[in-house]
Structure formats: structure tokens, C-alpha cells
Design a protein around this ligand. Sequence first.
Ligand code: HEM
Ligand SMILES: *[C@@H]1O[C@H](CO)[C@@H](O)[C@H](O)[C@H]1NC(C)=O
Ligand SMILES: *[C@@H]1O[C@H](CO)[C@@H](O)[C@H](O)[C@H]1NC(C)=O
Ligand SMILES: CC(=O)N[C@H]1CO[C@H](CO)[C@@H](O)[C@@H]1O
Length: 324
Amino acid sequence: MIMKNSSLVFVFLFFFFFFFFFSPLVFADLQVGFYNSSCPQAESIVQSVIQRGFNSDASITAALLRMYFHDCFVRGCDASILIDSPKKKSEKFAPPNLTVRGFDIIEEAKNALEAQCPATVSCADIIALSTRDAVALSGGPNYAVPTGRRDGLVSNLNDVNLPGPSLPVDQAFQSFSSKGLTLEDMVTLLGAHTVGVAHCAFFKDRLSSDATMDPRLRASLVKTCGSKSRPLVKDRTAFLDQNTSFVVDNEYYRQILLKNGVLKIDQEIALDGSTSAVVAGFASDGVGFLGRFGDALVKLGSVDVLVGSDGEIRKKCSSFNGPF
Ligand code: HEM
Ligand SMILES: *[C@@H]1O[C@H](CO)[C@@H](O)[C@H](O)[C@H]1NC(C)=O
Ligand SMILES: *[C@@H]1O[C@H](CO)[C@@H](O)[C@H](O)[C@H]1NC(C)=O
Ligand SMILES: CC(=O)N[C@H]1CO[C@H](CO)[C@@H](O)[C@@H]1O
């Protein structure tokens, strides 16, 4: 009897200890294959939507990479960037977001997932998985994506504080280090500028005189964007990687070594003593870059995530489930 009671106490204490001390740790991490049992087709559903989208528009890779970055850097990777607001007060209406693209394909993947596994797969995970799939389709690494993120309950324009393209390297880095990312992570993640475009407004200040830019590139950008005498044409864009503009490869690093960086920050990481060695290393090792790029995207995807019972699983990515 005494024996039984004490083992009961032991069992009770065991469970008490387990639930109060271990369960937060068990659930605090993202896991590769989080949806293995709750929605086994989750990753293949996302993949097929992205494959279809990519077939009709290869620029979705750039759109998704930038969306992933902007989502993860504001309140963590919680899909807060996807929220629509009738009064335009949510994140996507902040100036740096005005040119973020790709919202439709995320909602398309969400609709396909809701049809198979209602209220199961978070929009934050859809962004992370879609980015991986698009990167892989563009010649990049096909890395495993840890999942289990939950969607945030807040999206506020005033929270958006992203680094600007003309900041010096050390100031841009402050923003990355505040998210737990290293200087090497920043240089690696800027490799995302191997695809996509920038609007003239983000680099026009470099076109009058900037000795760090190849004069042939300047002439070509002036042609695209206009100049003081021939004013800026609105909404024009230039490729960030002047050579292989749709391929996820190390060509971005080779181009910035040739003074072909379009944004000031792109050129600066090739020149700054704190980053130039990493740039040179990636420029000469394409395979090495792709491996590190996948790792860095996974790390970016773990910034301030919501897990366990935090947040919610949105039914529609552009609105909270609410009312709260
Ligand atoms: C210091 C950090 C960074 C700065 C200052 C920066 C700045 C910019 C700017 C100004 C543009 C042009 C936007 C436009 O005109 O529409 C751009 C485009 C882009 N950025 Fe970055 N960026 C940074 C880091 C990143 C990171 C970490 C990623 C992803 C991992 C990323 C992915 C992209 C992509 C893919 C585009 C092209 C978007 C498109 O074609 O629609 N950037 N970035
Ligand atoms: C899901 O399945 C994959 C492939 O079998 C495995 O690698 C992964 O560890 C599994 N994850 C979970 C959380 O069960
Ligand atoms: C363009 O990229 C390809 C593939 O990386 C490379 O072989 C070629 O030399 C590059 N061309 C220029 C003009 O930089
Ligand atoms: C993609 C998106 O929602 N962009 C919006 C950004 O903000 C401007 C102005 O506030 C809107 O007009 C865009 O639709």
C-alpha cells in the first residue's frame, strides 16, 4: 500500500515535472516534418502551387525571398506581412513593403491546404516552404524547412523598421545582429539579390557620381532610370544581378567584385574590410555558397517565431481569424 502510494506520488511528480519543465522545451522548437501526421501532403501541396506559379512567372522566387525577409524581420516570421487592413495600417502598407509581391500565390497555397487539411498549416510556414520551393526551382539549394510556426495576431505599420539600401555595412548589420544573425549571415542572405529587381528610386542617388560603380553599368542604369536632365521615370526597375538575373547562384558576388552592385549596400559589402573576405570566398565557391545560403535561410526563418499555442492558424492569410 505504502509502496503504491509513493509510486503514485512519483508518477504524479514525474508528469508535473514533465509538463511544467519539459513541454515548453519540446514544443519551443520548429521541426522538419511538423505536419507529417496532421497534414502529410502539406509540403507537396505547397510545392505544386509554387511549381505552377513559377512556370508562368519565374520572378516569384525574388518576390518570395523578399517577402520572407520582410516578414521575419518585423515581429518575427509570423505572416504579419500578409494582413490586409481597410485603413491601411498593417505592415504591408509601410513604405518598404510597397513593392513586396507574391501575396496571391501564398493565398492560393493556403486555399489548396484548407481544402485538404482545414485550419492546420500556418501562413508563416507557407511563406517559408514556398520560399524554399521557389529557390530550389531557380537553381538554389533544396534545403529541409523546419516548420511549426504559428501566425501572429498583430500587424502594425509602425513596427516596420527595415534597413535601408544606402546604410553603411556596420549600420545595416545592427539590424541583423538585433535578430541574432551574424555579419556572415547578413552577407550570405544578401546573396538573395542574385535574383529580382530594384526600383530606380532605391539607387538613383548613385547615378550622378559614384566611383564604386562600373561606368558601363552606370550608363545602362541612367538609360533605364533617367537622369537630372531627363527626370526619373516612375516605377522603372533594374536587375540586381546583371548577369544571371533569374538564377540562384553565386553570380551576385562575382558581379559586386566587378563593381556591378546596383544598391549601395550590395557594392559596400564587397569593399568593406569586415565583409570583403566572405564575398570573395562566395565568388570563388558556388557550391559552398548554395549550402550556406540554405542554412542562412533556415536561420532567418527561426527569428522570433511563435510556436505551441501562441498566435493562431489563420484560415485566410490576409486576415486574422478574429474577433478576439
Ligand atoms: C541590408 C539588408 C537589405 C537591404 C538594405 C535590402 C534592400 C532591398 C531593396 C531596396 C530592394 C529593392 C526593392 C524594390 O525596388 O522593389 C531589394 C530587393 C530585393 N531584396 Fe533586399 N535588402 C536586404 C536584404 C535582403 C535579404 C536578407 C533578402 C532575402 C533573404 C532580400 C531579398 C531581396 C529580393 C529577392 C529582392 C528583389 C525583389 C523583387 O524582385 O521583387 N534582401 N532589397
Ligand atoms: C517527418 O518525416 C521525415 C521523413 O520521413 C523525417 O525526416 C522527419 O524527422 C519527420 N518529422 C517529424 C516531426 O515527425
Ligand atoms: C555570367 O555568369 C556565368 C555563370 O556564372 C559566367 O560563366 C560568366 O562568365 C558571367 N559573365 C559575365 C559577363 O560576368
Ligand atoms: C502589396 C500591397 O498591399 N501594397 C500596398 C502598399 O501600400 C500602398 C499604399 O499605402 C497600397 O496602395 C498598396 O496596395
